[in-house]
Design a protein around this ligand. Sequence first.
Ligand code: NAD
Length: 434
Amino acid sequence: MKVAVIGTGYVGLVVGAGLAETGNIVTCVDINEERIAGLKDGNLPIFEPGLATIVRRNFDSGRLRFTRETVKTVSDSLIIFLAVPTPMDEDGSADLRHVLDAARQVAKGINEFKVIVNKSTVPVGTAAKVKQLIASITDKPFAVVSNPEFLKEGNAVTDFLKPDRVVIGCDNDKAEEIIRELYQPFVRTGHPILTMSPLSAELTKYAANALLATKISFINELAILCDKVGADINEVRQGVGTDSRIGSSFLFPGMGFGGSCFPKDLRALNFTALQNKVELQVVQAVIKANDHQKKYIPQKISQHFNGNITGLNFAVWGLSFKANTDDIRESPAMLLIDFLLAEGAIVNVYDPQALAAVREKYQDRLIYHSNVYDTVANADALVIATEWNEFRHPDFEKILHSMYQPVVFDGRNLFSSNAMKALGFAYYSIGQAP
Ligand code: NAD
C-alpha cells in the first residue's frame, strides 16, 4: 500500500520504517528542512536502537522516501499518518497546533478517497475536530481514524513491529478494513487488533500512560518510605511485582518520570477531565508525587553538603530521560543540572547519546566529557541520573581514586549500598536498605 507519514520524529520515523519493512511504499514528510536533507543522506535525526538499520535497508530498496512536500505526497498515497508533536500548552492542555496545521496541508492533497490516521497522542474528540477541519477545505472523500501509538523510546522498533495490541478508533468500514490489512503482518502471533470508537481510542492512549505513570509514582513514594524505615525497595518491589495481578514492569524507583509523553499526557488528561467537570484524583496525585520525586536527590545532595555546594565539582552520568534514547525532554537530569547550577556548583556531564542535545540547551555552562572516567576526575560527588547499561559495572577503584570526595548519589539504584560502602564511597540511593 502507499503510505504517507507526516512528521519524522521518534514516532513518525519508526512507523514509516516499520511499515516499509512489510513491503509498503512509504513517504515520510517533515517541515524541518535539515531533518529531511539529513535523512536523504542517511543521517538519522534521533537515536533509537535498531532504527538506523531498517531505515537504511528500506531507503536503499526504494520503499522508504523522504520529502518536504505534503500535498503531492498525500495525493500519491492511500493512507496518511499524522505523527506530529502535541506538546503541553501553558494551561496544561495538549497544543493541537501541529496536528491542525498538518491536517490543513493534508486536506489540500486529497484527490480521491484517503484514510487519515492520527498517530499523535490527542485529546478525546480530536478525530472529529480533524474531520470537520478537512471537510471545511475539501469535498473529496476521506475518513479519519484514531490509531494511538504505544511504543516506548529505547525499544520503539520492536514495540512497533510486535505490538501487544493495535487500537483502531474508527467509524468508517472501508477505512477500518484498510487499516486492519495494513497491520496484519504485525499481529500474526495472535496479538489483537481492537476496534472501537475514535473517542475510546483517543482516551485509551491517555489511560495507558496514566496507569503506567501511576505505577512509577507509587513505587517512588514507597522507596522514600523505605529510606525512612530501613526496608529495602528492591525486596519490596520483587515482593509485589511477582504478583501476576500487579506485574513487575514500571516498578523501578528513580528520580521521577520524564520524557516527551507521561508528563504532558497526564496534564492533558487532567485538563480534559476538569473541562468536563470530573476530578481525576489519582492522576492529580501522580502529577504531584512526580514533582516531589524530582526534588528528592537534590534534597539528599543539600543535606550531605550542609546546604552549600557552591564551587564544588559535580559529575553527572546520564542525561536522557531514560536509557537507550537521546531524548532529554522533561528529563529529571535537566532539573538536577538546573539545581546544581543555581546552587553554584561546577557541572561535568556525560551521556552515551544525549550530549549533543544537552550542549545545545546549556552551551558553555557545563563541562562535557566523552566517557565516565573523565567526568568524575576530581569530582566532589557523582550523580547517576540515567540507567545506561555502560554505567552498571565501572572500575570502582579507578573512580574512588580519581574523585576528590568519594560521594555517589545514585538516582537509579544501579549499585548495592553495602558493596559501595565497603568500597569506601558515601553512597545515597532511593529506598535501598543502608
Ligand atoms: P517529535 O517531536 O520527535 O517529532 C515530530 C516531528 O514532526 C518533527 O520532526 C517536526 O519537525 C515534525 N512536524 C511538526 N509539524 C509538522 C507538519 N505540519 N508537517 C510535517 N512535519 C511536522 O515527536 P514524537 O516524539 O515523534 O511524537 C509525535 C506524537 O506521537 C506526539 O503526539 C506524541 O505524544 C506521540 N507519541 C510519542 C511517543 C514517544 O515515545 N515519543 C510514543 C507514543 C506517542
